[in-house]
Ligand binder design. Structure first.
Ligand code: PLP
Ligand code: COI
Length: 345
């Protein structure tokens, strides 16, 4: 095992041992190869470089309290990648190949899999890139599927469950009506850099996007889904421009196990005032409590039209903390995996 400061890992790039690569050409996927070369040698005219013929996934592997290595719900990520690839007309690896390559990637990089007890994990990043040379605006026929990974701590580089501030993005959208918000395609992320940079300059950690058609309903954060606790109910937006988060889906199951009601429904922006707890949820952010949300007509303008502060303020809410412990407990093998979510290596 490499020696790293496991308690202070950032969510940032670090070179590991190997990536796993398979290529799709003439209707078939090649046998996956293990490569120590982290530079892709691709044609300059590959679609990925021009038209973002690209989609990706994010999932995590954990070293458990019992020493076992678990990958969390890779079958769900495999199926979501298939959906994303179909949206941009690209071939995707079958579920079996996706899971096999994730296993190979974790196996080759075990040196970098954080030990149990540090709230750190191995973040797995599968990417699917259109690689045949092209100039016309069409889907790619040749595709490269690469699975890579790196050890990470918390997404916001703070202690787990540290509440963050958010701002509503009114003058920049992440998704379009009937667009691609519900798919994990690369193009959805580049367009959020500018408003994210502005939000960060203003001291906010997260950007909250509204439904792009009417700007009256909560959609999601740029990095994660939105969930709220209202009394004994878990509420999360029903919207066709939101990425179907595997973490959110899992938390909904755990919330129901806890005896909470689960509502997936339209959330009018004004309802934010009625929530007891709000969290961002996703693979990278896990559950990250939100302490305040500012609403501004223009992100970079001086006017703040309203601010919601969460009742629990700088403390993480009780239900959010419980849900965090439940999901992390299953991932670490401390709690029984009663829903059969973990794939042991
Ligand atoms: N929403 C967006 C825009 C994301 O990028 C992510 C991360 O994958 C999520 C939500 C959370 O999805 P998941 O829980 O599957 O990681
Ligand atoms: C993930 O949570 O896996 C993501 O892909 C989100 C990204 C902002 C890191």
């Amino acid at each position: 095992m490499v020696e790293l400061d496991w308690s202070n890992l950032a969510f940032s790039y670090r070179k590991t041992n190997a990536i796993i690569i398979s290529r799709f050409k003439d209707g078939k996927w090649s046998e996956p190869e293990i490569s120590n070369d982290f530079d892709f040698h691709l044609n300059a005219f590959a679609g990925v470089f021009h038209y973002a013929n690209s989609c990706f996934e994010g999932l995590k592997a954990f070293r458990g309290a019992d020493g076992k290595v678990r990958i969390f719900r890779p079958d769900e990520n495999a199926r979501r990648l298939i959906r994303s690839a179909a949206r941009i007309g690209m071939a995707a690896p079958p579920e079996e190949l996706f899971i096999r390559m994730c296993r190979m990637c974790v196996h080759e990089n075990l040196d970098f899999l954080p030990p149990f007890g540090y709230n750190a994990s191995l973040y797995i990043r599968p990417v699917l890139e259109g690689i045949n040379p092209q100039i016309n605006i069409v889907s790619s026929e040749e595709v490269m599927f690469a699975v890579m990974c790196l050890p990470v701590g918390t997404y916001a580089d703070s202690k787990p469950l540290t509440p963050v501030s958010a701002v509503i993005s009114r003058d920049f959208d992440r998704a379009a009506p009937n667009g691609t918000g519900a798919y994990k395609i690369a193009a959805n992320y580049a367009l959020a850099f500018y408003p994210y940079n502005a939000a960060h300059r203003l001291g906010y950690t997260e950007l909250l996007f509204l439904d792009p058609a009417t700007k009256t309903k909560v959609d999601e954060f740029g990095s994660s889904n939105f969930l709220a606790i209202k009394g004994d109910t878990y509420v999360t937006p029903l919207s066709d421009s939101v990425l179907p988060s595997i973490t959110n889906k899992s938390l909904q199951t755990l919330a129901a196990d806890l005896g909470l009601k689960v509502e997936k429904r339209v959330i009018p922006v004004e309802e934010i005032a009625e929530f007891d707890e709000i969290d961002a949820c996703g693979t990278a952010v896990v559950i990250t409590p939100v302490k305040s949300i500012d609403d501004k007509p223009r992100l970079e303008g001086d006017v703040v039209s309203r601010t919601w502060r969460m009742p629990s303020g700088d403390e993480c809410g009780k239900v959010s903390r419980k849900l965090f412990q439940m999901i992390r407990g299953i991932q670490n093998g401390e709690e029984p995996d009663i829903h059969s979510w973990c794939y042991e290596l």
